[in-house]
Design a protein around this ligand. Structure first.
Ligand SMILES: *[C@@H]1O[C@H](CO)[C@@H](O)[C@H](O)[C@H]1NC(C)=O
Ligand SMILES: *[C@@H]1O[C@H](CO)[C@@H](O)[C@H](O)[C@H]1NC(C)=O
Ligand SMILES: *[C@@H]1O[C@H](CO)[C@@H](O)[C@H](O)[C@H]1NC(C)=O
Length: 450
């Protein structure tokens, strides 16, 4: 496991100059360039996982006084070092301009491209892709063990896992394994909790609510409601029978029925329309058309052309260690395909185990998300066996204001013992992209800073 830290602020400066960006024009840049390191960890034979760490840059606080947050992207096959970093919470946006609401001002950030094959991660043999959540989690244990062994300065810092979409399912599975590893002493870290954003904990609960949700906001008529509800029942039926690959295919069908009946509503934000997919087409490594369709919907939007050019251009130059024949996103279709049988499996019981173990669990969801809508999240929460649930359910929510000077409600929150739920207003599936200030505030609240 090669692990040589590399710092890079000089390189980044060079990069800015090369791209013709005047560093003088950058106003919000912190006085001091943050330290960054990145590397690969070989997590299994033929399976190499890429990670990228930014040390927190806060004018008043040393990184050692701030938490460490790992960010996990969805898909499966979406890149955390690419999408999460440059489109959501990292220090720079995809134009390499400073992001005002970057989480780096309140935490060190660890982006990991997982499962292997995602982003700059790669496999050398096609049988090395992960096929289930257990492999995803055990791969991550190798990565985290290596990371914390080599970066002892983070062993005592509170470590949180934040996630989005399918990343939420991975965060739950990884969180439980990490909890066990810390107890057994095999990984030395101060594990402090998981945050599941618009998460894939029980996807069928969202499919079942698509009809009523869309109907209630004038995006389905009576006939459309009947059609969407019918195909949702088919998905449920397949899940109940344990036919998960079939359920995945039916999910794809359900999405098409929604699309046809809503004139193409955007699954990631119901107030917008889905944009036609950019030229991807035949470069895909698999040909089963429903899966291709699903892949395009779930992963392709996370690596559209501009981001792909950034990652495969200036960023790979800066990183220097990416193998020449490894393309960012080049294996993501195979990542998705290999997880086909896992896609629709609910993991509510894993969340229950986390809660029983006393791990802090935060659930957050964007009001305008359709793909895993808030009604669906509430539905699986009601199925938890956790003993605190009755008290949690009886609480009244509280309003949260991201700007203390404004009366505009940014979110609602309920929290009881180690479970918290954030209803994020005016956000779709990608909460930090849509509501950067509120997302930052939520991260600060979850990590006990606000
Ligand atoms: C920040 O914390 C690290 C680790 O505790 C320490 O080595 C370093 O000296 C600190 N830096 C400053 C500027 O206080
Ligand atoms: C593994 O894959 C990487 C990326 O494609 C490549 O650079 C490397 O040479 C491969 N290693 C072996 C042993 O095949
Ligand atoms: C876990 O949540 C509880 C309740 O909100 C809070 O008091 C505690 O500080 C949290 N622990 C961590 C490590 O975030």
């Amino acid at each position: 496991m090669e692990l040589a830290p590399r710092t890079s602020s000089v390189l980044r400066l060079l990069l800015l100059l090369l791209l013709g960006l005047s560093t003088g024009a950058v106003t919000a840049r912190p006085a001091e360039e943050g330290k960054e390191v990145w590397d690969y960890v070989t997590v299994r034979k033929d399976a190499h996982m890429f990670w990228w760490l930014y040390y927190a840059t806060n004018p008043c606080k040393n990184f050692s006084e701030l938490p460490l947050v790992m960010w996990l992207q969805g898909g499966p096959g979406g890149s955390s070092t690419g999408f999460g970093n440059f489109e959501e919470i990292g220090p720079l946006d995809s134009d390499l301009k400073p992001r005002r609401s970057t989480w780096l001002q309140s935490a060190s950030l660890l982006f990991v491209d997982n499962p292997v094959g995602t982003g700059f991660s790669y496999v050398n043999k096609s049988d090395a892709y992960a096929k289930d959540l257990a492999t995803v989690a055990s791969d991550m244990m190798v990565l985290l063990r290596t990371f914390f062994d080599c970066h002892k300065e983070f062993q005592t810092i509170p470590f949180y896992i934040f996630s989005e979409s399918y990343g939420g399912k991975m965060a739950a599975g990884i969180g439980l394994e990490l909890y066990k590893a810390v107890r057994q002493g095999t990984i030395r870290c101060n594990f402090a909790g998981v945050a599941l954003g618009d998460s894939w904990i029980s996807p069928v609960d969202s499919v079942l609510s698509w009809g009523p949700f869309l109907y209630s906001v004038s995006l389905l008529d009576d006939q459309g409601l009947v059609e969407v509800s019918q195909v949702a029942e088919d998905v449920l039926d397949a899940v109940n029978k344990g036919l998960f690959k079939e359920a995945t295919q039916l999910w794809g069908k359900a999405e098409m029925v929604v699309e046809q009946n809503t004139d193409g509503v955007n699954f990631y934000n119901i107030l917008t329309k889905s944009t036609p997919m950019s030229a991807v087409k035949s470069s895909l490594e698999f040909t089963q058309s429903p899966l291709v369709h699903l892949y395009q919907r779930h992963v392709r939007h996370l690596q559209q052309d501009a981001l792909s050019q950034l990652m495969n251009g200036p960023i790979r130059k800066k990183l220097r260690i990416i193998p020449e024949d490894c393309t960012w996103g080049g294996q993501s279709a195979s990542v998705f395909q290999n997880m086909e049988g896992d896609f629709m499996k609910p993991v509510i019981s894993i969340v229950d185990e986390l809660l029983e173990a006393g791990v802090n669990v935060t659930i957050y969801n964007g009001q305008l998300d359709l793909i895993v809508d808030t009604i669906g999240q509430e539905a699986w929460v009601r199925k938890l066996k956790w003993t605190g649930l009755p008290e949690f359910s009886q609480l009244k929510w509280k309003a949260v204001y991201s700007d203390p000077k404004s009366s505009e409600t940014s979110a609602f929150i309920k929290s009881y013992k180690n479970l918290a739920f954030y209803w994020i207003l005016r956000a779709g599936h990608m909460v930090p992209s849509d509501q950067g200030d509120m997302a930052l505030k939520m991260m600060r609240m979850v990590t006990q800073q606000d």
